[in-house]
Design a protein around this ligand. Structure first.
Ligand code: NCD
Ligand code: ZN
Length: 379
């Protein structure tokens, strides 16, 4: 047994489903699952019902999170076609603007260049006006920045040809762009090139796109269906070859019930927030990653890119030698399953401490609902 102490992880891409889909997840169950996985802050996506696209809807969601969350939660606003620019007055209280440019779950997809152009231009005006580029290196916000968020990026789900469209818009407006869940060789290589050219771009990769491929689909069935889809083994190899280009590991925790996953047209998405750390620690055990690779991508870079404030006296004690089998039954997510069920992993979270308080004891959630903070709210 070797217990190490690491900072609480930040999962910069989760869907906690509230309001509208609380049969899949809610702010309590989703943040409880986060704590069980050693994650003490999550950034929640706007594709709820209603979507998070006006100041009123943002305030309603923030109130729900404030009442129920057991870890800290930052909230994205979402670009929608029927509430154009309505979110702009609260841009600096969001962790970022999410634009769904490619196929996704829900109704937030935007494919029109005129609209995309407008979203990039208006965000660049309200959300800090982009990065100053000094010697080719983007100057990112400091984790100590006072709230609200001074430099929230645009986060895009942009696959295939939509990727260069978004890269160019962010370059033209010098607005920080974060590419979520990159999966293909062509995409990661293009992002590498854009970074070399000084574009204000960062990107993330999920554990399922690192550890699974289209070869796993026959075994997984609809449990392996998410957007972007699982990619080819060559695409997966490209993500590993270009790890230096990957700024963040985030899960895209997208819970749907097993009943929904058994429908003829199952919704895409898989839970993941509580398997992030053991999967990555298993890669450390196997010599494919170093611990520092995890901490940079799950703590330091999410803080810099999204301006997530420091969490004092917050840490995770994890036994990196403990080997166990992931199972549906042991998951805290309301969805109650994981695409990694049956897989043996290393790294058992034994204790989580948030702001000096024990919040998870390796078995039970100790934190009271509402003890998590909603980020970027104080003025
Ligand atoms: C996500 C969801 O279910 O909200 N699904 C998914 O397959 N990733 C939406 C998304 O992130 O595109
Ligand atoms: Zn997502």
């Amino acid at each position: 047994m070797t217990t190490i102490r690491i900072p609480g992880l930040i999962d910069a891409h989760v869907h906690l489903r509230e309001p509208g889909y609380t049969h899949k997840e809610d702010f309590y169950t989703g943040t409880a699952a986060a704590l069980a996985g050693g994650v003490t802050a999550v950034l929640d996506m706007p594709n709820t019902v209603p979507p998070t696209d006006t100041p009123e809807r943002f305030a309603e969601k923030a109130a729900l999170a404030a009442a129920k969350a057991v870890c800290d939660v930052g909230l994205f606003v979402g670009a929608t076609t029927d509430q154009l620019d309505a979110y702009l007055p609260i841009a600096q209280h969001a962790c970022g603007l999410k634009i769904y440019v490619s196929e996704t779950f829900g109704s937030l997809r935007i494919e029109d260049l005129g609209l995309l152009h407008r979203f990039f231009r208006s965000w660049s005006e309200v959300a800090g006006g982009g990065w100053q580029v000094a010697g080719g290196d983007p100057v990112l916000p400091s984790p100590q920045s006072p709230v609200p968020n001074p430099r929230s990026p645009i986060a895009v789900h942009a696959e295939e040809l939509m990727l260069p469209v978004c890269l160019n818009l962010s370059h033209l407006y010098n607005v920080p762009l974060h590419i979520v869940h990159v999966t293909r060789r062509s995409e990661i290589e293009l992002i590498r090139r854009a970074k070399e050219q000084g574009y204000p771009v960062t990107c993330e990769v999920t554990p399922h796109h690192l550890f699974l491929s289209s070869d796993d689909l026959p075994r997984l069935g609809s449990r392996g269906d998410m957007r972007p889809k699982l990619a080819s083994p060559d695409d997966v190899a490209a993500l590993w070859e270009n790890l230096a280009v990957v700024d963040i590991f985030a899960t895209d925790h997208a819970p749907h019930t097993l009943t929904e996953k058994a429908l003829p047209k199952p919704p895409p998405g898989v839970p993941g927030v509580e398997t992030l750390l053991p999967l990555l620690l298993t890669a450390v055990h196997d010599g494919r990653l170093e611990l520092d690779d995890i901490l940079r991508r799950c703590v330091e870079n999410p803080r810099r890119i999204y301006g997530v404030p420091d969490q004092p006296d917050t840490f995770v004690d994890v036994d990196v030698d403990a080997r166990y089998e992931l199972s549906d039954a042991s998951q805290h997510t309301k969805a109650g399953w994981t695409p990694f069920a049956g897989q043996f992993v290393f790294g058992k979270v034994e204790k989580v401490t948030l702001r000096g308080q024990p919040v998870y004891d390796g078995d039970r959630i100790l934190a009271e609902p509402g003890s998590g903070k909603v980020l970027f709210q104080a003025v």
